[in-house]
Write a protein that binds this ligand. Structure first.
Ligand code: ADP
Ligand code: MG
Length: 685
C-alpha cells in the first residue's frame, strides 16, 4: 500500500480546486489524471515579454506589452477575422486581429479608451498587427509577467490556466525525506525534491533542478531492477559443472574466437555456483552465439541436467534444432524439438522423454514451457533473440524445476550500454565483440527509390551470376495485412521479370508450414530472391545470399536495419546491402542512413540510434510504456544511469530491506514513480 504521505499527490484531478469534468477531460488527453501528473507536467520553455513605449520594426517577432487606444472596428464577413485598429503612443496604427469571439473583443477594447495589449508583434503587409492579444486595463498591466513558463497544451486549456493547474498539483507535494546519497547530492549541488519541482516550474531553464528530477526517476527504476535481482538470487539453484567427457568429443569445423572463449568461461563460472545464473549474452548477428549456447547446454548435460532453448519463431526453432542435432548426434546427446506444430504421437514421445530424462536438450517455441510440459531435471534455460523476456515469464519458468534453473538470454539487438542497465539492470552481461575470422565487411549503399528500375537490373545481374538475394519490403504501418500487401505487390513485379519459380515470398500473415516451405526452397537455392516483410529479421542461414535490398529503409530503426543487413555476409565472399530510400527524407533520416553506410559496428549504430530517436523507440513501445521516463531525456539516461545504479547498489548493500531512514525514503521514491511492485517484493521476501 502506498504510504499515506503520498496520497494527496495521487488524488484524481477532479479533487483539485476549480477542476470540473470538462477540464478533467481535456487534461486526460495529455494523460494528466492525478495531482502528481500535474505537478510533473513541466514547462518546456519561457515566453519573454518586452514593455514597449510604441511599436517599432526592431520589435517584430517579439512578445510586446504595449499601451494603445482603439479607434475603429472592422467586423469580418463570413470566416474573415474581426480587426480592431488602435493607435500606440507614437500614433502608429496597430491592427488587433481576432478570429473568433468578436463580441468579446469589442467589449475588451472599447473605442477611445486606453488599454494595454500583449502578444507577438507581426508585420502584415505594411501594417503592424497582433493576433489574439491579451488585453488588460492599464492598472492591471503591471501584473503581467515579463517571463512566463510555457507548458505543453491541449485544446480548451490556455497556457495561463495550465500553469495554474500545474501549480495546484505542485501544492499537493509534501515535504519528503531525502533518498539520494548525501555526498552525491552535495557533489551535484542538487536541490531537495520538492524545491527542485518548484524551481523548474518557475524557471524551465533550471538545468540542475531538472536533472535532479530525472535522477529521481532513473534511481527508482534502477533500484526496482536491483530488488528483482535480489529476490531472484535469494533462492538457491543447482551448481552445474561439466567434466569435459562430452565436449571433448565435439568436432567443430573451426576454432572458437577469443570472444567466444571468454564468454563461455564466464558462463561456466556462473553455472558452477549454487546461485542461479542470470546472464545476458549480447553479440552482433553472425558473431556465433549458437555455438556458445551449445557449449553451455553440453556443460549442463555433462553435469547430469537437462537444458531447454527457447526461440522466438518456428523457423528459428527448426534451424537451431538442425544445427544442434548435427553436432549432438555424433556425441550421443539427445536433442528434441517441441513447437505448436508437434502433435499426436510425436508430441507424446517428446513429453515422455522430457519427463523420464531421456531427452537431454529441448529446443522450441513457447510450447516448451507450457503447463503440462514437465522436465525431469531442468538445469539451464537458454533464451534466444528475445529481448522482451519479462520478469514475470522468468518466474513462470523457475516453476519448471524445484530449484531455479540457470538462465542465459541471448540477443543480437545491440542495446546501448546505458540502456542495457535500464533494461537488464538485474542481469550480468557478456559481450561477443569479435566476429569469426574471414568475414568480408558488407558494403552498404543508399539509393533513391526513383532508381528502382536500375536496382532491379542490378538484381538481375546478381541472379544471373548465381547469387541469391533478400528483398525486404517497407514497413508501411503497424499492420501486418498492409505490409503483406506491399510484399505481394513487389513479389508480383519481380516474378514478371524473373519468372515465378525464381521468386519466393514470406510475410507475417502466412501459416507456419507455408513459411517454412518457402524458406526451405530459398535455403536450398531453388529460389533466387526471397521477398519478405521483416519476418526474416531472425531467420535461416543462407550463405549464398550475398545481396539484400531494403525498400523504404528510412522507415526502419537503425538497429533493425543492422539486423537485416546481418542476414547477408555470412560467408567469406563480398556482400552488399542496398538501402532504398523514399524521396521525402528528413535531415535525421538522412543522417541515420549515412551512418549505416559508414559503419558495420552494431553497438555504435545502437548508440547513435539512441541519440537520434530516444530510448522509447529503441526499446519498443511496450518497453517504453514500462520503462518510460516522464522527465529523463535520452541524454539524462546516458549520463545518470551509471550514477543511479551505483547509488542504488550502495544503498541495498547497506540496507537490503530498505528499513533505515534513507531506505524508507527510497521506498517513497519507488512509490512516487509507481514501482510499487518492487516494494511488494521487499515485503514478501
Ligand atoms: P548469431 O550470433 O547471429 O546467432 P550464429 O551462431 O548463427 O550467429 O553463427 C553465425 C555463423 O558463424 C554460423 O554459420 C556459425 O557456424 C559460424 N561460426 C560460429 N562461430 C564460428 C567461429 N569461431 N569460426 C568460424 N565460424 C563460426
Ligand atoms: Mg542466432
Amino acid at each position: 500500500m502506498r504510504p499515506e504521505i503520498l496520497n494527496p499527490l495521487f488524488a484524481e484531478v477532479e479533487a483539485l480546486k476549480g477542476v470540473g469534468p470538462g477540464i478533467a477531460k481535456s487534461l486526460a488527453r495529455l494523460d494528466l489524471t492525478r495531482a502528481i501528473d500535474l505537478a510533473y507536467h513541466l514547462p518546456t520553455g519561457t515566453i519573454e515579454r518586452i514593455h514597449a513605449p510604441a511599436a517599432s520594426g526592431a520589435l517584430l517577432g517579439r512578445i510586446v506589452i504595449l499601451g494603445v487606444t482603439p479607434y475603429e472596428v472592422r467586423a469580418g464577413a463570413g470566416r474573415a477575422p474581426t480587426r480592431i485598429f488602435a493607435a500606440d503612443a507614437d500614433g502608429n496604427t496597430l491592427t488587433l486581429t481576432f478570429f473568433n469571439n468578436p463580441g468579446w473583443a469589442r467589449k475588451q477594447l472599447p473605442m477611445g479608451e486606453k488599454r494595454v495589449v500583449s502578444g507577438r508583434l507581426d508585420a502584415w503587409g505594411d501594417e503592424w498587427q497582433i493576433v489574439h492579444p491579451e488585453v488588460m486595463e492599464p492598472a492591471a498591466a503591471t501584473e503581467i509577467a515579463i517571463r512566463e513558463p510555457v507548458y505543453p497544451l491541449t485544446e480548451g486549456i490556455s497556457n495561463k490556466r495550465m500553469r495554474e493547474l500545474a501549480l495546484t498539483g505542485l501544492e499537493r507535494a509534501p515535504d519528503l525525506p531525502e533518498w539520494i546519497e548525501p555526498s552525491l547530492l552535495a557533489q551535484q549541488h542538487w536541490p531537495a525534491w520538492g524545491a527542485a519541482l518548484a524551481m523548474v516550474h518557475s524557471d524551465p531553464s533550471e538545468a540542475n533542478a531538472r536533472k535532479r528530477l530525472s535522477y529521481d526517476e532513473i534511481f527508482a527504476n534502477q533500484l526496482a531492477l536491483l530488488l528483482l535481482r535480489q529476490v531472484a538470487r535469494r533462492k538457491r539453484g543447482v551448481p552445474l559443472q561439466g567434466d569435459g567427457r562430452i565436449t571433448s568429443n565435439l568436432k567443430l569445423p573451426y576454432q572458437l574466437t577469443g570472444a567466444q572463449r571468454r564468454v563461455i568461461d564466464e558462463i561456466r563460472g556462473d553455472m558452477a555456483q549454487d546461485r542461479p545464473m542470470l546472464r545476458l549474452l549480447q553479440g552482433d548477428v553472425g558473431s556465433g552465439k549458437t555455438l556458445v549456447a551449445l557449449l553451455a547446454m553440453l556443460e549442463a548435460v555433462e553435469a547430469g541436467a537437462q537444458a531447454a532453448m527457447l526461440a522466438p519463431t518456428e523457423i528459428l526453432s527448426r534451424q537451431h534444432y538442425a544445427t544442434l542435432q548435427r553436432q549432438c548426434e555424433a556425441i550421443g546427446v539427445r536433442v528434441a524439438i517441441l513447437t505448436g506444430r508437434e502433435k499426436g504421437r510425436a508430441r507424446e514421445a517428446v513429453l515422455m522423454g522430457l519427463a523420464d530424462g531421456s531427452i537431454d536438450i529441448l529446443v522450441g517455441t513457447h510450447a516448451i514451457f507450457q503447463a503440462h510440459v514437465t522436465y525431469q531435471r531442468l538445469g539451464l534455460i537458454v533464451i534466444d533473440e528475445q529481448h522482451r523476456f519479462g520478469v514475470s515469464q522468468r518466474l513462470l519458468l523457475s516453476e519448471k524445476a524445484e530449484r531455479p534453473p540457470h538462465l542465459l538470454a541471448m540477443t543480437a539487438t545491440p542495446i546501448p550500454r546505458t540502456l542495457t542497465l535500464t533494461v537488464y539492470g538485474e542481469m550480468d552481461v557478456s559481450r561477443i565483440d569479435e566476429m569469426p575470422p574471414g568475414r568480408t565487411p558488407i558494403e552498404t549503399l543508399v539509393i533513391s527509390d526513383q532508381k528502382l528500375a536500375d536496382v532491379i537490373d542490378g538484381l538481375g545481374r546478381h541472379l544471373a551470376a548465381g547469387g541469391q538475394a533478400y528483398w525486404v519490403c517497407p514497413l508501411v504501418e503497424e499492420s501486418e495485412s498492409v505490409d503483406a500487401a506491399a510484399a505481394e505487390e513487389r513479389a508480383a513485379l519481380l516474378r514478371q521479370r524473373f519468372g515465378s519459380e525464381k521468386v519466393g515470398l514470406v510475410h507475417g500473415r502466412m501459416k507456419g508450414p507455408d513459411k517454412d516451405g518457402v524458406m526451405a526452397s530459398f535455403a536450398s537455392g531453388d529460389t533466387g530472391v526471397l521477398v519478405a516483410t521483416t519476418v526474416i529479421e531472425v531467420g535461416v542461414d543462407v550463405p549464398n545470399a550475398t545481396l539484400i535490398i531494403v525498400e523504404g529503409a528510412e522507415r526502419f530503426g537503425l538497429a533493425q536495419l543492422h539486423q537485416l543487413r546481418g542476414r547477408v555476409g555470412r560467408g567469406s565472399g563480398a556482400s552488399r546491402c542496398i538501402l532504398l530510400r523514399g524521396s521525402t527524407l528528413s535531415e535525421t533520416g538522412r543522417a541515420r542512413l549515412a551512418l549505416m553506410r559508414e559503419t558495420n559496428d552494431g553497438f555504435r549504430i545502437a548508440e547513435e540510434d539512441l541519440r537520434l530517436r530516444g530510448p522509447g523507440e529503441i526499446l519498443g513501445t511496450r518497453q517504453s510504456g514500462e520503462q518510460g521516463f516522464k522527465v529523463a531525456t535520452p541524454e539524462d539516461v546516458a549520463e545518470l544511469v551509471p550514477m543511479a545504479m551505483g547509488d542504488a547498489r550502495l544503498l541495498l548493500d547497506r540496507d537490503g530491506g530498505l528499513a533505515s531512514e534513507r531506505g524508507q525514503a527510497a521506498r517513497l521514491c519507488l512509490y512516487l514513480f509507481e514501482r510499487d511492485a518492487a516494494v511488494g517484493l521487499l515485503r514478501s521476501g
